[in-house]
Design a protein around this ligand. Structure first.
Ligand code: IPM
Ligand code: MN
Length: 365
């Protein structure tokens, strides 16, 4: 391919700022020979306020046909549908289900130069990936739950064999292929569930075990979700790849992010067989929007994931290489130059961070 189509949706709050920063970094990573074509489409709570539509049809079509989707952030508190659900969430949740983005990949990596609130967090000590099942689990109940006579509410938790098999295979393949993590020990996939109490999680675990048997080169283990919250604080260096149900993945990925500098440092990739959707894990932070102080690192790291995913998919080493160089320049900015935004204990604004990363990239183009 000569150029890959990237559908860019800025969204709400700090979304436009972190997207602008990321587009500049992508341009700097390739110099003159940019193999990406950006097109911008609206969605989100602001767009809903203006037009009554949070996710226009044309935006969906553009996302569907693009090679990848890059998103800023979504949501404005209090901008809701009549049923009380947040209008800003429509974009992400609808994309997940309509494009069947079943694998939500959330790397939890402590970058050199960033301080962790954990006592025992030497550089390199936190470097694992949460693979969140993104198409079923408790989230499958969205729009399908029921409220009986205003007395009882029910949301079913659905786990299918097909859904579990594909996410567990995804996790084992990722463990085989990913850079970083364990030194001097075998690759490991941890199944995180609540198999001791609920049937759906026991089924998740039993299908996990069947799939794990097909990967004898990789260590497989189980841990219960409640214990997991303790382990991710006390021994994060133990983990390599963690696979878990949708809701549990939602929760522990925020917990993990808190150990590596917060949501602003945490990228997220939502992948299906045909589409990839990339954003930072943070929300739209309306309180700091427009002030130039938003942390763009998470979105920039998500863009690096996007390049890596596109590069592998299309066997295009230019993209894989550019993704690696962006990561290297992020490390340069954080560790060598100490350019830290407020949320990670510094004073740098989005523009300064972007410029330092771009300068790091230009030196290496
Ligand atoms: C996330 C977010 C979403 C979720 C919201 C925005 C619907 O918290 O991506 O983790 O709950 O999955
Ligand atoms: Mn979440």
């Amino acid at each position: 391919k000569n150029a890959y189509e990237i559908c860019v949706v800025h969204g709400d709050g700090i979304g436009p700022e972190v997207c602008q920063a990321t587009l500049r970094v992508l341009e700097a990573a390739f110099g003159e020979a940019l193999p990406l074509r950006f097109s911008e489409y609206p969605a989100g709570a602001q767009h809903f306020l203006k037009t009554g539509d949070s996710f226009p049809r044309e935006t969906f079509e553009a996302c569907h046909s693009a090679d990848a989707i890059l998103h800023g952030a979504a949501g404005i508190p209090g901008i809701n549908h009549p049923d009380g659900t947040e209008a800003g969430l429509d974009f992400t949740l609808t994309l997940r289900s309509k494009l069947d983005l079943y694998a939500n990949v959330r790397p939890i990596k402590l970058h050199p130069g960033v301080r962790s609130p954990l006592r025992d967090a030497a550089p390199g000590a936190i470097d694992y990936v949460i693979v969140r099942e993104n198409s079923e689990g408790l989230y499958a109940a969205r729009g399908a739950g029921s409220l009986l006579r205003d007395e009882v509410a029910i949301d079913p938790l659905v786990q299918s064999r097909k859904g579990i098999e594909r996410i567990v295979h995804f996790a084992f393949e990722l463990a085989r292929s990913r850079d970083g993590a364990p030194q001097g020990r075998r690759r490991r996939v941890t199944c995180c569930d609540k198999a001791n109490v609920l049937r759906s999680y026991a089924f998740f675990r039993s299908v996990f075990d069947e799939v794990a048997a097909q990967y004898p080169d990789i260590e497989a283990e189980h841990v219960l979700i409640d214990a997991m919250t303790v382990h991710l604080i006390n021994r994060p260096s133990h983990y390599d790849v963690i696979v878990t149900e949708n809701m549990f993945g939602d929760i522990i990925s925020d917990l993990g992010a808190a150990t590596i500098g917060g949501m602003g440092m945490s990228p997220s990739a939502e992948l299906g067989d045909g589409n990839g959707f990339f954003q930072a894990s943070h929300g739209s932070a309306p309180d700091i929007a427009g002030k130039g102080i938003a942390n763009p690192y998470g979105t920039i790291l998500a863009a690096a994931m996007m390049l890596n995913w596109l590069g592998l998919r299309h066997a295009d080493p230019r993209l894989i290489d550019a993704g690696k160089r962006i990561e290297t320049s992020v490390t340069y900015a954080l560790a060598d130059k100490s350019v830290l935004s407020r949320d990670i204990g510094g004073t740098a604004g989005s523009l300064e961070i972007t410029e330092v990363i771009c300068a790091g990239l230009r030196e290496r183009v």
